[in-house]
Ligand binder design. Structure first.
Ligand code: E4P
Length: 285
């Protein structure tokens, strides 16, 4: 049997003239990036239809997740009702925006969010020292099984992420603005990595380019950390992040709803309804 080594996984090639022997194991973790790489490498080769395409189709079960970036229970409910919501991210500013203050209220609010959604809920620590982050992170992770402890990209944060990784507690590394930060967070075993693409655009750099860069590095290195495109400002950011290989996008509700909009859809629907009404009014005469 011939084997093909792709981004840290061994994939069996089909025997010449034969059928594919076994279902391919889809790449775990940062799938979008890995599959993008695989398809890119093989799309011009004879193996594209026999290897890359089946792997791509299998991996579609792991397509880009949609998180909402808010602490508002109303907005979380609205996104959940669309049936497309995979999780929630919050941060101290978003909690403050909802007027949530005091330890008990903060914990109660996270509990309420976790009851509302099945998917992962990122809850951010306020402490900036190792001991404080560990204590706070453990308290947060005890709230519900879907809590992911969100930790800032600082030296003690990396120590805390390594500590949580060793204990099977999932983390989201936040405030990421460079590929170097992405590499060290992945080494520390972060479950999610949050590059802030909108804030990078704000300083006239290119946030989506950073997503592409990290996706390529993670694919080459076989890191399992999922790229969670954060600081999304509009629907175009979501589309560009999907193309760049993000595993997750976390978006304000307005950006999610922005995906629905096209003027030709509105014009077309108006025309359909008008034509329907016209012909049915004729019937009544
Ligand atoms: C990430 O998880 C942050 O909560 C968020 O995306 C930051 O977005 P902002 O730049 O719009 O504040």
């Amino acid at each position: 049997m011939i084997f093909l080594f792709v981004t840290g996984k061994i994939l069996p090639l089909p025997p010449v003239g034969g059928t594919r022997p076994a279902p391919f194991e889809p790449p775990q973790g940062g799938n979008a990036a890995r599959v993008r790489k695989l398809s890119g490498v093989l799309c011009c080769s004879p193996y594209y239809y026999s290897v890359a395409l089946p792997v791509y189709k299998t991996a579609q079960h792991h397509n880009m997740k949609f998180f909402i970036d808010t602490a508002s229970l109303d907005q979380i409910k609205e996104a959940k009702d669309l049936g497309i919501l995979d999780g929630v991210t919050t941060n101290p500013s978003l909690m403050a925006k909802e007027g949530i203050s005091g330890d008990k209220n903060v914990l109660d609010h996270y509990r309420a969010i976790c009851e509302l959604v099945d998917g992962d809920v990122s809850a951010e620590v306020i402490a900036t020292d190792f001991k404080g982050m560990v204590e706070e992170g453990e308290r947060l992770s005890d709230l519900a099984p879907n809590i992911v402890v969100k930790i800032p990209m600082i030296k003690d944060g990396i120590k805390a992420m390594s500590y949580f990784t060793d204990r099977g507690i999932r983390t989201n590394c936040t405030l990421v603005f460079s590929a170097g930060q992405a590499i060290i967070a992945a080494k520390a075993g972060a479950t999610y990595l949050s590059p802030f693409i909108g804030r990078i655009d704000d300083i006239s750099w290119d946030g989506v380019e950073l997503i592409k860069d990290i996706a390529e590095i993670y694919a080459i290195q076989g890191f399992d950390t999922q790229i969670l495109a954060a600081s999304i400002r509009n629907a175009k950011h979501i589309v560009d992040s999907a193309r760049a290989g993000a595993d997750v996008v976390t978006c304000p509700l307005s950006a999610i709803l922005g995906l629905l909009k096209h003027p030709l859809t509105d014009i077309g629907l108006e025309q359909f309804l008008a034509d329907h009404k016209k012909v049915n009014e004729l019937l009544l005469k």
